[in-house]
Design a protein around this ligand. Structure first.
Ligand code: SF4
Length: 210
């Protein structure tokens, strides 16, 4: 049975040909390590901290910029809530397909649950309809079973802001329909058209004859 991550769904929706190169032909294009380094470091520290590890030595090794970002996350109201899980692999069925990925953190306050996603870069342009939002909210909803409220929190560390999406019955139905439709389409399609509108900054431009 096919299983799809938010990245796979986003890639297909942005450019089916990129999906073909990356996930069907399995061509991997190395990207500049420095581009992701800061985000990776902050995610790792957050995970160690939430698990209860001593992070004092790691904090001392941060540069000024990284320390500012870490302090923003550390003081974030949602990051201070009760810890449930971090770097949490979660998957669920939608129709005949599986979707899933790894959450940055799941927190709670009484019976209210919060999926946290820390962004050192920018948050999605349309957060409510981003595949990451849809997949994680639907998977957490199925996993938790009983809760008072379930929210997805994008923590924008660049601008020190939170973007909050609460899962409602209406959103849940909408997300399940969208996810099932795109999973079905990806599974059965034999066509992978190029989307030239997404070529700027595409790491596949060197191998793509567009
Ligand atoms: S360069 Fe453009 S057409 Fe080619 S894979 Fe990337 S986004 Fe798609």
């Amino acid at each position: 049975m096919n299983s799809y991550s938010p990245n796979m769904l986003k890639t297909f929706s942005d450019c089916p040909y990129k999906f073909y190169l990356k996930y069907v032909r399995k061509i991997s294009i190395p990207q500049q390590a420095s581009y992701f380094e800061k985000g990776k470091k902050i995610h790792a520290i957050a995970n160690y901290y939430l698990r209860g590890d001593d992070i004092s030595k790691i904090i001392k090794g941060l540069d000024e910029d990284e320390l500012i970002i870490w302090n923003k996350l550390f003081n974030n109201e949602f990051f201070k809530m009760s810890y449930v899980k971090s770097e949490y692999n979660l998957s669920c069925r939608v129709g005949d397909f599986w979707v899933g990925g790894r959450l940055d953190a799941l927190m709670r306050h009484n019976d209210d649950y919060y999926i946290l996603d820390y962004k050192t870069g920018s948050i999605p342009k349309n957060p409510e309809m981003d595949f990451q939002t849809m997949v994680y909210l639907i998977c957490a909803d199925k996993k938790l079973n009983k809760y008072n409220s379930l929210k997805f929190i994008y923590i924008d560390l660049k601008n020190n802001k939170n973007f909050i999406i609460e899962l409602t019955q209406e959103l849940k139905q909408k997300y399940e329909r969208i996810l099932e439709d795109i999973c079905k389409y990806i599974t059965f399609t034999e066509e992978y058209p190029q989307n030239s509108e997404k070529c700027n900054f595409c790491e596949y431009s060197k191998v793509c004859k567009c």
